[in-house]
Design a protein around this ligand. Structure first.
Ligand SMILES: [Zn+2]
Length: 244
């Protein structure tokens, strides 16, 4: 009998741990102290370099001192990968996730859960992506979809690549993700109000240099600006007047 009670307690503990690992859930109850799975490293000089409207693309390199000034939150996603995100962008993502999941309640293929694939990436990590994707998809694909190390928006911590689970199953690979345009529509519809834009829209390749990426969103820390960009159907480059 005692053994059984112990088992029940252990099971309960396991459930609590699983909830913590999912990340965003702890954000909704702000009274709770930060747990071990979610570390926030606040840098003393935050704000000196961080400009949420920064443009980093093939022609614009990451500003000096950016990575040192970045306030990063680290989470673990559904496939067990650690994901690093700029902390304000992460908070906004959690609110977006909650709204989108609510909108998709009753989705015909099953329950949808939004997940983070990748956000902040160091130059070394970007080089690894280039190597891995070259092997997996070939050089042409990499030229089209993957940034040169040092010139990726992911270095800012403000660019988030999303994926999702449907009915508990991970929909993770790019070729699988594009099979769910209805889910992407639901995600994209909610982006501006939380300060995000779809960074590489379908008709933006001539300006952004990137083909359509439904999963890559960019945090601007301003719902007003995000709405303006979205409503006008323009890219961040056009909004900033920094087209080639
Ligand atoms: Zn991306």
């Amino acid at each position: 009998m005692k053994m059984r009670r112990l088992l029940v307690l252990l099971l309960a503990a396991a459930v609590v741990c699983a909830l913590v690992l999912s990340g965003c859930s702890k954000q909704s109850s702000s009274e709770e102290p930060a747990d071990a799975e979610t570390e926030t490293e606040a840098e003393s000089n935050e704000g000196s370099v961080i400009d949420y409207m920064v443009l980093v693309n093939a022609d614009n390199v990451l500003p000096d001192g950016w990575e040192e000034a970045l306030d990063i939150t680290t989470i673990t996603n559904s496939v067990g990968d650690e994901v690093m995100v700029e902390s304000k962008a992460y908070e906004a993502y959690c609110a977006l996730k909650e709204a989108v999941e609510k909108d998709l309640e009753g989705y015909d293929k099953g329950e949808v859960r939004l997940e983070l694939d990748s956000a902040y990436r160091s130059v070394a990590a970007q080089q690894k992506i280039v190597d891995d994707f070259t092997e997996k998809y070939g050089e042409d694909y990499v030229k089209k979809y993957v940034a040169v190390p040092g010139f990726s928006e992911h270095h800012t911590g403000l660019a988030l690549d999303l994926y999702f689970t449907v009915d508990g199953k991970d929909v993770y690979e790019n070729e699988d993700l594009v099979q769910y345009p209805d889910i992407w529509d639901a995600v994209h519809a909610r982006l501006p109000e939380f300060g995000f834009i779809l960074r590489f829209p379908e008709d933006g390749e001539a300006i952004t240099g990137y083909a359509y990426e439904p999963w890559h969103i960019r945090y601007l820390d301003s719902p007003e600006i995000a709405k303006e960009i979205t409503d006008k159907g323009i890219t961040l480059e056009e909004y900033l007047g920094k087209t080639k």
